[in-house]
Design a protein around this ligand. Structure first.
Ligand code: ADP
Length: 388
């Protein structure tokens, strides 16, 4: 057997080509030990290969049967595999394999998040809807190159959530009219307080105060519902921040100064962010109102906007009562209050930070908090940099 024939045989055995012999057969007795060693190596290679093929086929079967949609791309970003669930959910316009995801699926979010994962980032899950189906896409990069996007159908979860929040919104809406009527009557009667006995005035004032609380609660619930029930994110554009912040802090700055606290706003005149002005205004108004409410007389509140290499940050800082770490994540839940009596006494509805969190989600920004009891709190709104 010549050398070329020997090499061909070795390759055929190692790659398990159909018809290849199981072992090397060489007549030359001087090569006996070499051939035995080679056969051992080839046995090991074949075994590894069989195990790998079995694993790969199990992996493929799992992907084919998975109720989660899976799209795989190679290091160039070309699609290498789409499982049946993803095909059903995303309905490709053309055969996706060998193409960029966006060429087959008209879903910008899918392409964007896959590109980020390929670029070594760890993108947050993104939610979007195709037709009547709500999906969440999570993309992960592979260390050896390439990436995977998993796609979950969350329509049923979102429907249930919507039904719940729709109910709350309908109730709030229905109750707003009678509450407005109660407020109207109590205000009219109080305008004539000289003609009413003192104890009745006190009762009327209580009725008036509580009716206003209810009105604020219904207003906040309705606003929260409006933000939550949006199926699409809020539109973002480049905006100068200073005018937005100046408008947002008017109420809290007045309240601070009138109640003996200092208030400062620092924002460069040219600083821009890619943001939704309505969302920023509402978030900053809510955070600054809290900063004033949870700071003692003589305290200081500062709003500062700065640009970092990756984002634009609006900080709302106070040197007030602070928040214990055990409460820091929970304060964004609706009606979660660290000190129930204090918050109620201040007229808080317990919904302010829930609204801030949802506005951040809807406008692709993020909220973070740092705080120490007795020292004060720093809430940050992390906005996107302006697009040039
Ligand atoms: P509330 O209407 O009660 O202020 P929020 O949702 O705005 O409701 O805030 C939730 C809770 O978080 C508050 O009740 C308070 O305990 C705490 N909190 C919020 N902001 C601050 C702050 N700047 N300093 C200390 N505690 C705060």
């Amino acid at each position: 057997m010549n050398r070329a024939e020997l090499v061909r045989q070795i390759r055929a055995i190692a790659q398990m080509e159909p018809g290849a012999p199981r072992r090397l057969q060489v007549e030359d007795p001087t090569l006996g030990p070499v051939v035995d060693a080679l056969n051992e190596v080839l046995d090991a290679v074949r075994k590894e290969r069989r195990l790998f093929q079995r694993d790969a086929s199990v992996g493929r079967q799992v992907l084919e049967a998975s109720t989660i949609g899976v799209v795989l791309v190679d290091r160039e970003g070309n699609t290498t595999y789409v499982n049946p669930t993803a095909r059903r959910m995303l309905r490709p316009r053309v055969e996706p394999e060998g193409r960029k995801p966006i060429e087959a699926f008209p879903i910008a979010e899918l392409q964007e998040t896959v590109t980020q994962a390929l670029g070594g980032l760890e993108p947050e899950p993104v939610e979007c809807n195709i037709g009547r189906v709500d999906i969440v896409i999570t993309a992960t990069g592979f260390p050896g190159g390439g990436a995977m996007a998993s796609v979950r159908d969350v329509t049923a979860d979102r429907e249930a959530q919507r039904a719940r929040t729709d109910f709350v919104a309908n109730v709030s809406h229905e109750l707003r009219t009678p509450v407005t009527a109660i407020m109207g009557y109590s205000e009219t009667m109080l305008a004539d307080r000289e003609r009413i006995p003192d104890d009745l005035v006190r009762m009327l004032e209580k009725i008036d105060r509580n009716a206003k609380r209810l009105r604020d609660l219904f207003e906040d619930l309705l606003q929260l519902h409006r933000v939550e029930s949006r199926r699409r994110e809020l539109p973002l554009e480049n905006h100068k921040l200073r005018p937005i912040l100046e408008e947002a802090v008017i109420g809290a700055a007045d309240q601070a100064v009138q109640s003996g606290r200092s208030f400062a706003l620092t924002c460069g005149a040219t600083l821009e962010a890619r943001c939704n002005p309505e969302a920023v205004r509402t978030m900053v108004a809510s955070l600054t109102s809290n900063a004033v409410n949870y700071t003692m007389e003589g305290g200081n509140i500062a709003v500062t906007a700065t640009e970092t290499p990756t984002e634009v940050v609006v900080s709302v800082v106070d040197d007030g009562i602070g928040i214990d770490p055990v409460h820091q994540q929970r304060i964004f839940e609706r009606f979660y209050r660290v000190d129930d009596a204090r918050s109620r006494a201040l007229g808080g509805t317990g919904l302010g930070l829930a609204l801030v969190k949802h506005l951040a989600l809807a406008s692709r920004s993020r909220i973070s908090v740092e705080s120490a009891v007795g020292k004060g709190s720093r809430f940050r709104i992390h906005l996107r940099k302006a697009r040039r």
